[in-house]
Design a protein around this ligand. Structure first.
Ligand code: NAD
Length: 496
């Protein structure tokens, strides 16, 4: 095997598991029945965190506290300046705690430490951007309704928001939601993934340090059942903001429909990149390699479906395979590592099954395809993998593999490429590589995706809306749209 594996490094692990408790009405507390759950590091096999395991009682108490905090108005009626000042303080505190948070995020998720640092530090910028938005809550006024009439359109916080997050970018995804909801004046109850609860708990500590009034943000640790399910259906919750799998997103939407509460969903993707013969192949190969191995492919934006023109398919695959061999996978605590551990043994198996199934149906393995045993670590790894000769009906071409696996399909004409792109239940992001601006724009107009990248991949900004078409979700995060999700519109019509 001529791939690049990084060695286990002698990094000091935390001496004892991080103890996570619920935050309810400003008070850290365990569960009434004393229940806890452990997170074992997927790379190092040690217990990283021991968290209180929430049940119905804790969830009810947290929702009630969130409701009271909204209704008492300390936060929901605070000025934009007050909200903004607090969010800026939180951003500073996040930056001061990058190392502590990144270490736990790495040990809980298996992602490389360099990327965990980038995620936490980058999230501080989302808090700063949301802080700026907090001072821009304004609607419209209408003075053309007749001399004696005036109407103003106000934007008001939607109320109590349930935030439910996944394990792949726990801190980043939370930061695409929480500061925007707080900027709008909402109060929030949060359930992080049971795989990666600890950076959310650490953030709770920072919110208190920054002076956020008790009850404005509550945290319940635990599983989808009963905690997440109750947060999705509870009548005192006004909105659910969820990121995770499409299957759970549908369950949440159904539960929320009982009281017709608003739902914002960021779900899965099977994101295509189309490469035309006139593309800069080196730039494309570089971005494709990054786009599929970033976060071990456990990424909603993974560019895992390559649709390459048949004339350049061989040349492109050759370049991608050569780059893939150099991708350093191994110990997430090694600063050289680019691809860390897979989140769980079950998920590692699932990735392998997709590859085996494709090969059994006639696909060709150009690289990798194996669950890998690391000589220095007990954890679950999967080598960078490139699979060619894929036909569009194979599961590997249609479903989210959520692993370091690239599926390569070919096309002849622009029409064929567009129909392959849009023949998908997902519509999160899509990419096009061509030196011809007309090709890029034609593609951008016709691709059914919430984000289209042209001659780049995965660039995101707090300013730019992000979200999915079709079964990749509903609603948007980031930008003004990300704030608007948490606002109700009220028209006040006056006779004067
Ligand atoms: P998941 O759907 O299994 O879990 C997400 C969260 O939902 C967890 O906190 C979980 O405990 C909770 N949950 C589970 N069942 C629930 C229920 N019935 N009611 C309420 N909550 C419930 O997802 P995951 O495995 O943690 O994350 C991976 C998925 O997330 C992938 O499909 C990925 O594409 C998606 N994702 C999407 C985006 C995006 O922005 N579009 C970003 C990251 C991840």
């Amino acid at each position: 095997n001529d791939m690049t594996m990084t060695a286990a490094v002698a990094h000091p692990l935390p001496k004892a598991p991080f103890e996570g408790r619920h935050l309810i009405d400003g008070i850290w507390q365990g569960s009434a029945d004393g229940a806890t759950f452990d997170r074992i590091s997927p790379s190092h096999g040690v217990v990283v965190s021991r968290s209180a395991r929430g049940g119905t009682a804790e969830t009810e108490a947290a929702i009630a506290a969130t409701r009271r905090a909204f209704d008492d108005g300390k936060w929901s009626r605070a000025t934009g300046k007050e909200r903004s000042t607090l969010l800026l303080k939180v951003a500073d505190l996040i930056e001061a705690n990058v190392e502590r948070m990144a270490l736990l995020e790495t040990l809980e998720s298996g992602k490389p430490i360099s990327q965990a640092r980038g995620e936490v530090a980058g999230a501080a910028d989302l808090w700063r951007y949301a802080a700026a938005l907090a001072r821009t809550l304004h609607g419209d006024s209408h003075n053309s309704l007749g001399e004696d009439m005036l109407a103003v359109v106000l934007k008001e916080p939607i109320g109590v928001v349930s935030i439910i997050t996944p394990w792949n970018f726990p801190f980043w995804i939370l930061s695409q939601k929480l500061p925007f909801a707080l900027a709008a004046g909402c109060t929030c109850v949060i359930k992080p993934s049971e795989m990666t609860p600890s950076t959310t708990v650490m953030l709770g500590e920072l919110l208190i340090e920054a002076g956020l009034p008790a009850g404005v943000v509550n945290i319940v640790l635990g599983f989808g059942q009963p905690v997440g399910a109750l947060m999705a259906e509870h009548p005192h919750v006004d909105m659910v903001s969820f990121t995770g799998s499409t299957a759970v997103g549908k369950a949440i939407s159904a539960a929320a429909s009982k009281t017709l509460k608003k739902v914002a969903l960021e779900l899965g993707g099977k994101n295509p990149q189309v490469i035309f013969p006139d593309a800069d192949l080196d730039a494309a190969a570089d971005a494709i390699t990054f786009g599929v191995y970033f976060n071990a492919g456990e990424c909603c934006n993974s560019g895992s479906r390559i649709i390459v023109h048949e004339d350049i398919a061989e040349a492109l695959v050759e370049k991608v395979v050569a780059l893939s061999r150099k991708v350093a996978f191994g110990d997430p605590l090694n600063p050289e590592t680019q691809v860390g551990a897979i989140i769980s043994p079950a998920h590692q198996q699932k990735i392998g099954a997709y590859v085996r199934d494709a090969v059994a149906s006639g696909a060709k393995l150009a690289l990798g395809g194996e669950a890998v045993h690391h000589p220095g670590l007990p954890g679950d790894f999967f080598s960078p993998t490139v699979v060619t000769n894929i036909s569009p009906d194979m599961p590997i071409a249609r479903e989210e593999v959520f692993g370091p696996v690239l599926a390569v399909l070919t096309f002849k004409t622009l029409e064929e490429a567009i129909s392959l792109v849009n023949d998908a239940s997902y519509g999160l992001s899509a990419g096009v590589w061509s030196e011809n601006v007309h090709t890029c724009l034609a593609f951008a107009r016709r691709a059914e995706a919430g984000t289209v990248w042209t001659n780049t991949w995965m660039d995101g900004f707090p300013e730019v809306a992000f979200g999915g078409f079709k079964q990749s979700g509903q609603g948007r995060e980031n930008g003004r749209y990300g704030l608007d999700e948490f606002l109700e519109i009220k028209s006040v019509v006056m006779r004067i």
